[in-house]
Design a protein. Structure first.
Lengths: 340, 296
């Protein structure tokens, strides 16, 4: 059965292997120079060439897209194509039980997917490690590795997503029995989950830290004006932390809107400005913030601290792997009881 | 009669629709059984359950003494040529044989390659480039090389041209002659089965209408043509299968072991095709709807 599964996958598997190898080579060649250029520099972002920034973005894109494609092109057709072509009848009437048939197909496919994505992620994570969260003394920054922009494309998580996407595709294919439909549904469900997880699941995989912080020059991150709303943002002592919620609270500890007088106090803010505006670090600002503090306002931050990166990686990856195992069991159940 | 397949009250339901309902059938060991019936009778469902591809919703079935697909060992004892003879499009002919060799507990590689040579199939040919006849032959080769105790063929020649049809059935007959195995082959065309089968089962609406040895059936069925008569006036040893009457004339098909004495009738033998059609056209309900077992 391994032979047959490999025979059906080998062309795509080798193509993917070449892609992964190419990424490893590019990372190995450009990585050390990149690290030399930024290490110890107080303004590492400014040391980056446009090629560096493009490669950084490309790394994120590749790891965002790869698991989705594996789910659609390996997972979706895995069972559906056999059902569509009737070849399941040929396979199931050799001396191969359905359990072994599915276990081998799913096992080998997810293993190859995990290997390819794992190696790719390792290379990209290593390459990016010297510049993740790089800031500039003037303007511009790269996302921190713990923020949603990067977290899912670093370390172990892409491997978990790839396994999950393939297992999801296999189940969807067994249920809908049509290859193209299975591919489309797999892709749609996978994307929806990848959007939902950073919003609702990841922040709570490990209970986040909740901290009430006073307004000060040290903690101030910026002010955003969105229509009538004026939002103050602070940051935690470590700028690499992933701040999940950033809200102003009143003396009772309830979420509050910033009072009207604060807006009037601020330098250079027009009342009817609809476009988001950031106000820079000007001296009168500190007076206003002090007044706000005196009036009893504080800022409540919910965040995951940067040192939890690997704990969160393990937690999320193992969650995806457990769900994948459940999906595999569901596929087996479906094939045994609904397809047969 | 030893049986290679025993089904009792077998049923398969899809939602509210029954593809097969309350089907009870025995398949004799050591025979080539033709399974005939109109489209929708449940032939394919029955054979798919027997092959282990489908599992029944109700009833029990044993093939080679075990529940189908209950183990690799059971699967090894059954060879299957599924309807539409599915193959892996991207695999070559030789790779199909390699698959068979790797996926089966018993595999006669010499037999497989001998058949490939005899069929003049190019081992390097991709399977999706094969003609319908070659494709069916390849699937038959895979099934035969398992050295099965029971070979199941579901409408294997339905989509083949007459020449390919004859070649396929010829190959099947040779294989049956060379190997000790039971065979069941389904078709809605009796003419396909006439030359290969020594046993026939007529299945209509999931029910066995008649099951018996072809020779015996042909020896005990007659067509009676004579002046119009009431069907109730037949002697008790004559079992009426089909009756057609015009104003003046009656045509009966009857089964009887005894010679027909009544001089009113002009008596003739009937062919297998007419015999099968007579049983297929019987009404489902009524005393004559009971399945008929003919002694071997």
């Amino acid at each position: 059965m391994t032979w047959l599964t490999w025979r059906q996958l080998r062309l795509q598997a080798l193509t993917l292997g070449l892609l992964a190898a190419a990424i490893v080579v590019v990372a190995a060649v450009t990585g050390p120079n990149l690290a030399d250029a930024v290490t110890g520099n107080s303004s590492p972002y400014d040391q980056l060439t446009s090629t560096d920034r493009t490669l950084f973005t490309a790394g994120i894109v590749v790891l965002a897209v790869l698991p989705a494609l594996l789910g659609a092109f390996w997972g979706g057709p895995m069972v559906a194509r056999e059902l569509e072509a009737g070849t399941h009848q040929l396979a199931w009437t050799q001396s191969v039980t359905r359990r072994r048939w599915l276990a081998t197909k799913l096992g080998l496919t997810t293993a190859i997917a995990a290997l390819v994505v794992g190696v790719t992620s390792l290379a990209i994570t290593w390459w990016s490690s010297s510049i993740d969260g790089a800031v500039s003394s003037a303007s511009g920054a790269l996302p921190e590795r713990l923020t949603p922009v990067s977290f899912a494309m670093r370390g172990l998580t892409p491997l978990g997503y790839a396994v999950f996407a393939v297992a999801l595709g296999a189940l969807v294919g067994a249920i809908v029995r049509r290859t193209t439909l299975a591919m489309a549904i797999t892709l749609a469900v996978f994307i929806a989950i990848q959007i939902a997880v950073p919003i609702w699941v990841r922040p709570n995989l490990i209970p986040p830290t909740i901290e009430t912080i006073a307004f000060s020059q040290k903690t101030f991150a910026g002010i955003t004006i969105r229509g009538d709303q004026l939002l103050i943002e602070l940051h935690t002592p470590n700028r690499s932390d992933w701040v999940i919620a950033n809200e102003t609270i009143d003396t009772d500890g309830d979420p509050a809107t910033v009072p009207e007088w604060f807006r009037d106090c601020l330098p250079g803010v027009d009342g009817g400005n609809t476009a988001p505006t950031r106000v820079g670090n000007e001296d009168p600002l500190w007076d206003c913030l002090t007044q706000l503090t005196d009036a009893g306002y504080r800022q409540r931050l919910v965040y995951q601290s940067a040192d939890r990166f690997w704990r969160l990686q393990w937690a999320e990856t193992s969650t995806y792997l457990i769900v994948s195992a459940l999906l595999a069991l569901a596929s087996y159940w479906w094939i045994r009881h609904r397809l047969a | 009669m030893t049986t290679i397949l025993e089904a009792r009250g077998l049923g398969k339901r899809y939602g509210r629709r029954w593809a097969l309902q309350d089907c009870t059938v025995d398949l004799p060991a050591g025979h080539v059984t033709g399974l005939v019936g109109p489209n929708g009778a449940g032939k394919t469902t029955l054979l798919n359950i027997a092959a282990g591809v489908l599992s029944p919703s109700t009833g029990t079935i044993e093939v080679c003494g075990k529940r189908p697909a209950s183990s690799a060992a059971q699967l090894a004892r059954v060879g299957v040529v599924a309807q539409h003879t599915p193959i892996f499009a991207a695999l070559t002919v030789a790779e199909h044989l390699e698959m068979g060799a790797r996926l089966n507990l018993t595999w006669d590689d010499a037999l497989a390659w001998r058949r490939l040579d005899a069929l003049r199939l190019d081992p390097k040919q991709r399977a999706d480039r094969l003609s319908g006849g070659q494709r069916a032959q390849l699937v038959l080769t895979l099934a035969l090389a398992k050295r099965p105790e029971l070979l199941i063929l579901d409408e294997p020649v339905a989509s083949l041209d007459p020449l390919a049809r004859r070649e396929f059935l010829q190959g099947l007959m040779e294989a049956v002659a060379d190997n000790e195995m039971s065979v069941v082959i389904s078709s809605h065309l009796v003419s396909d089965l006439e030359r290969v089968c020594d046993h026939i089962i007529v299945l209509v609406d999931s029910k066995v209408r008649v099951s018996g040895d072809v020779e015996t059936l042909l020896d005990t069925h007659y067509r009676l043509v004579g002046p119009r008569r009431d069907t109730t006036r037949l002697p008790s040893d004559q079992h009426l299968v089909e009756a057609r009457s015009t104003d003046r004339q009656s045509t009966f098909i009857v089964r009887t072991e005894a010679p027909i004495a009544d001089p009113v009738w002009s008596v003739s033998r009937i062919g297998l095709e007419d015999l099968v059609l007579a049983y297929m056209s019987q009404p489902t309900e009524g005393p004559r709807g009971r399945p008929l077992e003919v002694a071997q």
